[in-house]
Write a protein that binds this ligand. Sequence first.
Ligand code: ADP
Length: 583
Amino acid sequence: MRLNLFWKLGFAFFALLIAVLLPVDFYAERALRRDYERAGFEQLAAIARIALASPPQPSSLVPSHPEDSAALRGWVAKTAASNVRVTVIASDGQVLADSQSDPRTMESHAGRPEIRDALRKGDGQSIRHSVTVHSNLLYYAVRLSVAGGPPVVLRFALPLQTVEEEIWEFRRNLWLASLFVLLVTGTISLLISRSFAGRVERLQEFSRRVAQGDFRPLFADSAGDALDKLAVSLSETAARLDLTIRTVAVVDATDRVVFSNPGFAEILGLDMPPKIGSALVEAVRQTELIEAVRSVLRGEPAVHAEIVTGTVRQRFFAATAAAVRGGEKSGAVLVLHDISDLRKLERVRRDFVANVSHEFKTPLTAIQGFAETLLAGAIDDPQNRIHFLEVILEHSRRLARLTDDLLKLSKMDADRLELEIRRLSVSQFVESCIETTQRPAAEKDLRISVNLPARLPDIAADRLRLAEVLQNLLDNAMQYTPTGGQIVVSASADGAEVTFTVSDTGIGIPQADQPRIFERFYRVDVARSREVGGTGLGLSIAKHLVEVHGGRIWVESEVGQGSQFHFTVPIFDPERAALRSGR
Ligand code: ADP
């Protein structure tokens, strides 16, 4: 493929060069020849003028005694210096003298066109092959009047040999130079086409890969040219395809697999991709898929279905089967979309609604029940009515707490939580939170202590929101720690954040529950939590508040030993604060 491209390009280039060179050669040769001939005739005319200026003795020009005219031979020899052939011809065509041959061996020249012209008009020229000297010659003839006799013709001739040689040399140079240019550009274009073809090959390989369902991106060559842009857009297309058709299979009209990508086999839990030509029913267990494909093959344009895979970790897929037609053939294409996240989200929402309803139901039922009892006559029972009213009050407080927490959550969900981030001293912050906790702690006979290092950097936080977090952890610690226990609040600086820790010597949290206690409504012991007035929302609110501050929250705990809740808050950074206030 690499060489193929090169030869194609090379051949086109070569043909172009020849197409240009042939007319150049043709016209240049003609122009050169004309030029040389004109120059030759001009040279001959100049020689003729010089010769006419000192013509031969008229006495030597008598045609009847040419053998006596040694003077004429001398004149001819003198004039013929410098490569020019000189001939003297009588008006009847008889050669009187010639610088290169014996005039007696020469035929009559009366018929030569230059001689005829010279006799008629005074001068004449022609180009001809000379039988006498066996080469092409340029002839130029002039008439010389002879006193008291007929005129003679002086003819001068130059061999064309040199002209031919020079033209030949020009042509040779033209072709040699072109060959050289061809070689140089050929080498260069071979190199270019190599890298070019290499890149095209990579693109080809890439599209083959994509066709087989491997959507990993192609790294562009950063050459910045059209090919590069093509690579980038192909990569983008692959990425988009990856998102939409990670899993696809095509079956023909007889329900047999024509194509399937690796994702298809993987998702359906097949050990290996279905063999090309195998029946779809053999490879796929999900009847919904098979049904969908069959209805499409029966003529429905598109069918949607949903399938679930896996037993431990369930995954949900939306399947779309659509008819395809390619020429005579028809079939169906089957595309699977992972919608597990969507389903999970839906479940969370459903669970949340169920939880909320459930949480409201208990106190509402209690309130309703006791109110009805009071109305039914218990209001006149001085012994119990106070107790009934207290229960009603307790449950309505609980409802108020629940609605409070739910409002907080909905505010956070809607991203309407506006933090007022300020510089905050850790010790002042901790002290102010502890103050409100001292009394209830003392009532439960719990000891609360603070353990802070001498120097701690200030933190960047919304004081009220962060107090809510710490307060919540302290409340939990008090609620889940039996009488006589101990609660310690500590903090330490580490890198760009301060880590707060609330540890207690309480009942602890089983390992299995630890990852889930930050979920909404999750409680280790529902009855116990209710008893102490918990809503199951406190930690999820705390987690959210810590995260909007840019921190993390986690727990370490052992059943029967106690729990440590940790959360981090960013250290105050004047530069970031300036940035924030500048916004
Ligand atoms: P709740 O209102 O029930 O306290 P939270 O979200 O604050 O709800 O806490 C969730 C659950 O985590 C609690 O029901 C409890 O089981 C457990 N938990 C929280 N803090 C502690 C702690 N300090 N010790 C033991 N268990 C705790």
